[in-house]
Design a protein around this ligand. Structure first.
Ligand SMILES: [Ca+2]
Length: 98
């Protein structure tokens, strides 16, 4: 009697980086300008849990909300950055101008 060795099949799937999408309801206007940001269209191809890091580049602290509301008090051009991090550590980012 011939015994078969045990066999284990291992699938290794590449972990792709998340896709960051940042939208804003307004991108220009008079100071003070309140902007509603929307990062909810960001996603990870493998379904990883996402966390969010907005940098407003106006001297205020970053926000970790998915869709924060932010008021720019001083006139100027601000490059808002959104970094999206999935729970396996991969990161990607986009910029949006207001
Ligand atoms: Ca991923």
């Amino acid at each position: 009697m011939v015994s078969q060795p045990d066999e284990t099949i291992v699938h290794v799937i590449e972990n792709l980086p998340p896709v960051a999408v940042a939208l804003a309801d307004v991108t220009s206007g008079l100071a003070s300008l309140t902007v509603n940001l929307d990062g909810s269209h960001s996603y990870d191809p493998e379904g990883g849990l996402l966390s969010y890091d907005y940098n407003f580049n106006d001297g205020t602290p970053p926000s970790n909300g998915v869709s924060p509301t932010h008021t720019f008090t001083a006139p100027g051009t601000y490059h808002v950055g959104l970094a999206v991090i999935e729970d396996w550590g991969r990161i990607s980012g986009v910029n949006l101008s207001t």
